[in-house]
Ligand binder design. Structure first.
Ligand code: M6R
Length: 369
């Protein structure tokens, strides 16, 4: 069943290029337009939408955090992202003009289900992004966009996460297309970039041996920190979550700009800090800032592990370990930058003697609140 891999997790990491390509299949026509007929929410409802709210848990929540950047940029609609378990207890403001997106691999997560029930009671339209056909969350939603990751067996979500990102980008682009946006040209370009993203994920997978080696060398550490900015911030959170659940290590993700507001006090000699560097092209301000952050932590003794785009030479002098990923538009970078973090956590957990497919205390689908 594991197809020659030592674990389902390794198999599922390797399946990501196909999962990504399958999730795009049939959803973009020859002219580069989105054809999401399955999103049965009528176009006039989407045009009248004045707010998007994303609810999800765990890794799916991180996909939602990334989606916010894409939705707000391409559609200019305000977008909130909330942990499903917190959502209904704060009396959220919802009405018929709110589009709620519930993201769930299993489609059975009770917290997410309760959040979407609450949203529908308030009259909001609910779109599910889900990997499991016929599961409860899509059945109870107004519409569903399925991710085509195939069955995900390992408790740690990997390929489902990448396909959730793809589905979120598709929804963001579709909303932009339906509502009309000043970014029409950019949207067309992004659709083209999305079509080549599976190949980029494949290239990342081919270069993971040094990441595995590095992970093994850190098996005796107690803490790993993760830093990012913009969409790199949720990627950092996801890297930390993977390490917690698989390696049972203390791991935390921070927005790099927050360092000086507290977390930098944690940095001590030889502390491994993984930094997700944004592309130096486009939003170069972000890039300059991350270079300073890397310098700051290194000056305080951190061992810097930097995930950077191919050709980004500015970060190289400050990286003790450099992990290269192919160049992508900024918003799409999580699709390539997350993969080394999955491999890192899986290898580190294995080196610590942990069972990666069935981490302690965790279940694949959490059907209690
Ligand atoms: O099935 P769901 O996507 O709703 O599950 C949500 C979380 O329980 C899930 O992503 C969890 O955080 C994973 N174990 C993370 O790897």
């Amino acid at each position: 069943e594991k197809g020659g891999y030592a674990s389902f997790m390794l198999k599922e990491i390797a399946e990501q290029p196909k999962a990504v390509a399958d999730t795009l299949l049939g959803r973009i026509d020859g002219s580069g337009a989105l054809t999401l007929d399955e999103v049965r929410i009528p176009a006039n409802v989407l045009r009248e939408t004045d707010k998007v709210v994303i609810v999800a848990c765990g890794t799916a929540f991180h996909a939602g955090l990334i989606a916010k950047y894409a939705i707000e940029h391409w559609t200019r609609l305000p977008c909130e992202v909330e942990l499903a378990s917190e959502f209904r207890y704060r009396d959220p403001i919802l009405d018929q003009q709110t589009l709620v997106i519930a993201v769930s691999q299993s489609g059975e997560t009770m917290d997410t289900l309760m959040a979407l029930r609450h949203a529908r009671e308030q009259g909001a339209h609910v779109l599910a992004i889900c990997n499991t056909n016929g599961s409860t969350i899509p059945r109870e939603s107004d519409a569903v966009l399925y991710t085509h990751a195939g069955p995900e067996v390992a408790v740690a979500s990997t390929k489902a996460f990448l396909t959730q990102l793809v589905a979120c980008y598709l929804v963001a682009l579709y909303l932009g297309q339906v509502r009309g946006t000043k970014w029409a040209d950019e949207i067309r370009a992004v659709v083209r970039d999305l079509s080549s993203i599976a190949g980029a994920v494949e290239r990342v997978l081919e270069t993971m041996e040094p990441v595995r080696e590095l992970a093994r060398s850190l098996a005796g550490k107690d803490t790993v920190l993760f830093l990012g900015r913009h969409v790199g911030y949720p990627v950092a959170l996801e890297g930390a979550l993977k390490l917690k659940e698989l390696a049972y290590m203390h791991a935390e993700g921070f927005a790099a700009g927050e360092l000086k507001h507290g977390p930098i006090a944690l940095v001590e000699d030889d502390l491994p800090v993984v930094v997700v560097a944004p592309s130096p092209r486009g939003r170069s301000v972000l890039h300059d800032k991350i270079v300073s952050n890397i310098q700051e932590i290194r000056a305080r003794g951190a061992r810097t592990i930097v995930i950077a785009e191919e050709g980004d030479e500015a970060v190289a002098p400050y990286a003790d370990h450099l992990i290269r990923v192919p160049a992508t538009p900024t918003l799409l970078q999580p699709l390539v930058a997350t993969v080394p973090l999955q491999v890192f956590a899986c290898e580190l957990a294995t080196a610590r003697g942990n069972e990666v497919d069935q981490p302690r205390n965790l279940a694949k689908s959490v059907t209690v609140e």
